[in-house]
Write a protein that binds this ligand. Structure first.
Ligand code: ATR
Length: 290
């Protein structure tokens, strides 16, 4: 029986908004490639009814979901079980609706491992032993710190406009950083340090029309400068990076890689991300229809 004939398991991306999410397309490509029988749709959740909407989806036979803004914290809170990386992030982008007998719903956060894989595998840039600057201390940054530390960077500096938020994130990750021998500290945007090997922008600054929130001294020549966004929202940062001798990279690879990790958690099979990333890249960079 081909996957087209078998009953399909249902998954979705839950968020508000979700209309522009690329996740259904990415998961459809994964399902096709691996021969898994699943449907993946969009679940628009009212801002005050995330839990009820997701529970209704599960009651109708849904097997799991990805979670996007602004519900990653709620998703984490409502699960019966959490992976260690979700615990560190205090936020979840993936739920698997395991039965009570299996221990109940599992929350995971695949954003960080997705970013680490995009940097180390797709971009071919090592993180082990490197000096890394993470700009921002919101949900996006919280999701990636644990996997960065586990990847063995030498130093991780978290620079944020509101330094208290960076302090809180650093305090939460202090033990794991010590275990991995990673120097972990906070910094201001005005004085974040110099000549990092890898600079990651996890702020929403571009969405408010503001420029890059740190000076170019943070880039060593040839550094990797990655914005977690993609499309027009990442363009200003990428232009800045290239103007200052760094290699710019957007968040599309991270998006595909975090999806692959979620897919693997649900289905027990890890898709090959390279052809999917190529296809998504072509789609995102195609000229808009007139
Ligand atoms: P997300 O979940 O996408 O990370 P968030 O939790 O609202 O969203 O976090 C947004 C991040 O972008 C924060 O680090 C925020 O800085 P503050 O903690 O000081 O608010 C940062 N940010 C947003 N607009 C910014 C701007 N114009 N300049 C610098 N940092 C900005």
């Amino acid at each position: 029986m081909s996957s087209a004939d078998r009953p399909h398991d249902r998954y979705a991306v839950a968020g508000n908004p979700v209309a522009h999410s690329r996740s259904p397309h990415i998961h459809a490509l994964f399902a096709q490639q691996t021969g898994q029988a699943l449907d993946y749709g969009r679940l628009l959740c009212p801002l005050d009814a995330f839990a009820a909407t997701v529970q209704a989806f599960a009651a109708e036979g849904g097997r799991g979901c990805n979670v996007t803004v602004p519900f990653k914290f709620e998703a984490f809170a409502m699960a019966a079980r959490r992976t260690p990386r979700a615990e560190l992030a205090q936020a979840a982008n993936t739920l698997r609706f395991d039965s009570e007998a299996q221990g109940g719903w599992l929350a995971d956060n695949t954003d960080g491992i997705g970013l680490v894989r995009d940097i180390t595998v797709n971009a071919g840039v090592p993180l082990a032993g490197q000096r890394v600057l993470l700009i921002g201390a919101g949900g996006a940054s919280a999701g990636v710190m644990g996997p960065f530390i586990e990847a063995g960077c030498a130093e991780l500096v978290v620079a944020n406009r509101t330094v208290d938020k960076a302090e809180a994130l650093v305090a939460r990750h202090a033990d794991v950083a010590r275990q991995h021998g990673v120097r972990l500290r906070t910094a201001t945007l005005q004085n974040p340090g110099e000549a990092f090997d890898v600079v990651v922008n996890g702020t929403a600054a571009s969405l408010s029309g503001d420029g890059v929130p740190v000076g170019p001294q943070v880039l060593r020549a040839g550094a990797l400068a990655l914005d977690m966004m993609y499309g027009p929202a990442a363009q200003g940062f990428l232009d800045w990076a290239r103007q200052h001798g760094a290699v710019g990279r957007d968040g599309l690879g991270m998006l595909v890689e975090q999806a692959a990790e979620s897919f693997a958690l649900w289905r027990g099979v890890r898709p090959d991300t390279a052809p999917v990333l190529r296809e998504m890249r072509a789609l995102v960079e195609a000229p808009a229809p007139h």
